[in-house]
Design a protein around this ligand. Structure first.
Ligand code: SF4
Length: 391
């Protein structure tokens, strides 16, 4: 299988998103954040391509202004104020960047370089070879002779040192560099995430053992992809997913057609929530009435209390538990012990969280779907609130 870091991340985020992009080959419409990020990458690439005749800050900003994404390039800003904020943010980012990165002290080995690495799952089986691909934003040769891989980030969040140390992306890039220059000593390879919004670079390193683990992780994810039924996995990240208008989780938000068998589904949904609200109020009233009747019958020591339309009976039920050992001693000789032992799904889920992944996979392999249940669950979050959340 041929996989890239981003496709593996897509799968981990949401199997359906992976399917849309890698199997169905549907082009994902870019979000404004993604367009902005691509554009800043383009400007920085242009800047370093001028090596050794690096442009001045003014020239860099001129290039930025001239090449700001136009409508004709397939992206249209919906809100001019928003466009202006992004535009100004780009200028601020580049000014800050220029101040702290003296271009003449940088020795560029490569820019936006592509790599392909073969990962052998089983050297004897040709169909167990996988190709891992990726694009590294920048590779520098440092003044002390070491090498540095730099990946630019334009997001609103900065990763912690711990996240950088465990970043799968940086590990896969290190694998790519080792493949290209096999004599690279990992001790002399610095891996950096450059958070442009904060003008902060977080650096990390990897060992040979880390890279082996990353390869194993890639293989495990590939196995999951091979077995996947590509179900959608909604999460807050859906806000950045370009497939929302075709994804079965969100698509209905964007649909105008709502008729089925002459009925308007949106009206039915609204009616459902109105009735649900009424039901909840009625349930609360019923509960208050029951408490009052219960108090009365308890105080008077009555087992039954009567109204004109019906009566209430007061009974006591004991919730029992058994001594497992004693119960086993009675039932096992009769061959009935196994019959009462069932697998408690809740307890199994709890145990699964406590055992290693390898054993979890074995339990998963023992799983058999007996029956499929279809549930329709309701959530009374308004359409307006949802749209705001997804923005
Ligand atoms: S919108 Fe969410 S659930 Fe749907 S494909 Fe995208 S990430 Fe998956």
């Amino acid at each position: 299988m041929r996989v890239s870091y981003s496709s593996l991340e897509n799968f981990k985020q949401c199997p359906l998103k992976y399917k849309y992009s890698q199997i169905d080959k549907l082009k994902e419409p870019k979000s404004k954040e993604a367009v902005f990020g691509t554009y800043i990458h383009k400007v920085l690439k242009w800047f370093y391509q001028k090596d050794p005749h690096f442009p001045t800050l003014d020239a860099l900003l001129d290039y930025y202004k001239e090449s700001w994404p136009k409508k004709s390039e397939g992206f249209e800003w919906q809100d001019p104020e928003e466009e202006n904020s992004y535009f100004k943010e780009g200028i601020r980012i580049l000014e800050e960047y220029y101040k702290t990165n003296i271009p003449h002290q940088t020795s560029i080995l490569d820019l936006e370089t592509r790599f392909e690495v073969t990962i052998d799952e089983d050297p004897d089986k040709p169909n167990k070879k996988h190709i891992l691909t990726g694009i590294i934003d920048r590779i520098d040769k440092l003044p002390d002779g070491r090498m540095e891989i730099i990946d630019y980030k334009t997001g609103k969040r900065i990763a912690s040192q711990r996240e950088t140390d465990s970043s799968a992306q940086l590990s896969l890039y290190a694998i790519g560099v080792k493949n290209r220059w096999p004599r690279t000593d990992l001790k002399n390879l610095s891996l950096s995430l450059y958070f442009l919004k904060f003008n902060e670079k977080i650096q990390s390193q990897r060992t040979e053992e880390d890279l082996e683990k990353s390869k194993e992780e890639v293989i495990k994810t590939i196995h999951k992809i091979e077995k996947s039924s590509f179900e959608p996995r909604p999460s807050p990240l859906c806000g950045w997913c370009g497939y929302r208008n075709i994804c079965p989780i969100w698509k209905h938000l964007y649909e105008i057609e709502n008729q089925i068998n002459g009925e308007n589904v949106k009206e039915k949904i609204d009616e459902y929530f109105k009735l649900k609200e009424k039901k909840e109020k009625i349930e609360e009233e019923l509960c208050n009435l029951k408490n009052c009747i219960e108090d009365y019958s308890h105080e008077k020591g009555l087992k039954r209390v009567f109204g004109e339309n019906g009566y209430f009976s007061r009974t006591v039920h004991n919730k029992v538990s058994y001594n497992k050992k004693q119960l086993k001693e009675v039932l096992e000789p009769l061959g009935k012990w196994e019959e009462i032992l069932g697998i408690d799904q809740k307890r199994l889920d709890k145990v699964l969280k406590e055992i290693p992944q390898e054993l979890r996979d074995k339990v998963k392999a023992a799983e058999k779907i007996e029956k499929k249940y279809k549930y329709l669950t309701s959530n009374n979050v308004s359409k307006k609130e949802l749209e705001e959340e997804l923005e």
